[in-house]
Design a protein around this ligand. Structure first.
Ligand code: FPP
Length: 249
């Protein structure tokens, strides 16, 4: 496998793991079989990102909209998630991975939330990589909950309205303390953001592949990173400014 350059490695990769259902339907299996294989692929990607030296990996595991799915599918996803946490928790701790979550964790069944909290607590001092699981997450909800917290702090006099800027606002989001994603990977070909990290993805490079998530391999991950490394990130500046390192000309 062709190697990737280590000096332009994305610090933070976010993934929309889409296509589990279609993968299963293509094989005349039920959707749960797709999720089961999807979890295996999530494990592989976590391991690969850790090996490559990625600092933060955010996985969109369950959106607030996903609560509208059939109850049987939600139940199966929650069972799979709990099993994943039980089995992988130990490995995460050994591999120096810190588990973090974004979203409304209290919406999850109590037993799942408990295992989550336990792994988060046990891994809290790990420094190798952050595995950031988006669970019952919605980008709009993230912004609203941040606004509510800020409004509360303004009311209590902890902060003044004039002090609110982008940096301050970011600290109120679920992703507080994490860098914004450099690269978003979306599988299964859909050209949508799907209410993911709306504020945080202002300058994220987007990579969409037709590969369905249960078919996603380390090679697909490397291809996405190589594609990212070929891009020129300008953050609103001109090409000349980027090349000369000057923002005034
Ligand atoms: C999208 O496929 C996938 C999901 C809604 C669930 C993804 C979750 C996992 C793979 C579990 C991993 C979780 C962790 C924390 C490691 P879909 O069902 O929308 O597929 P479709 O669009 O083909 O129907």
């Amino acid at each position: 496998m062709e190697q990737i350059s280590k000096d332009k490695l994305p610090r933070h990769i976010a993934i929309i793991m889409d296509g589990n259902g279609r993968w299963a339907e293509k094989r005349s299996l039920n959707r749960i079989a797709g999720h089961r294989t999807g979890i295996k692929k999530a494990k592989d990607v976590i391991r690969s990102c850790r090996e490559l030296g990625v600092q933060v990996l955010t996985l969109y595991a369950f959106s607030t909209e996903n609560w509208k799915r059939p109850e049987i599918e939600i139940k199966a996803l929650m069972t799979l998630l709990k099993r994943f946490l039980r089995a992988e928790g130990k490995e995460m701790i050994q591999n120096n991975i810190r588990l973090n979550t974004i979203g409304n964790i209290n919406d999850l069944p109590t037993d799942v939330a408990e295992v989550l909290k336990e792994v988060m607590l046990k891994s809290k001092n790990n420094t190798g990589m952050v595995l950031n699981a988006a669970l019952s997450y919605s980008g709009r909800n993230d912004i609203i909950q941040a606004v509510k917290k800020i409004a509360g702090h303004v009311q209590q006099g902890k902060i003044t309205a004039t002090q609110i800027n982008e940096e301050v606002f970011s600290r109120y989001l679920f992703t507080s303390g994490l860098p914004d994603p450099d690269l978003l990977i979306r599988t299964s070909g859909e050209l949508r953001i799907s209410n993911f990290l709306l504020w945080q993805m202002a300058y994220t490079e987007i990579y969409v592949t037709d590969v369905l998530w249960p078919d996603f391999t380390k090679k697909d991950l490397i291809d996405a990173i190589k594609d990212y490394q070929r891009r020129e990130r300008r953050f609103g500046l001109t090409q000349h400014q980027i090349k000369t390192g000057s923002s005034s000309t």
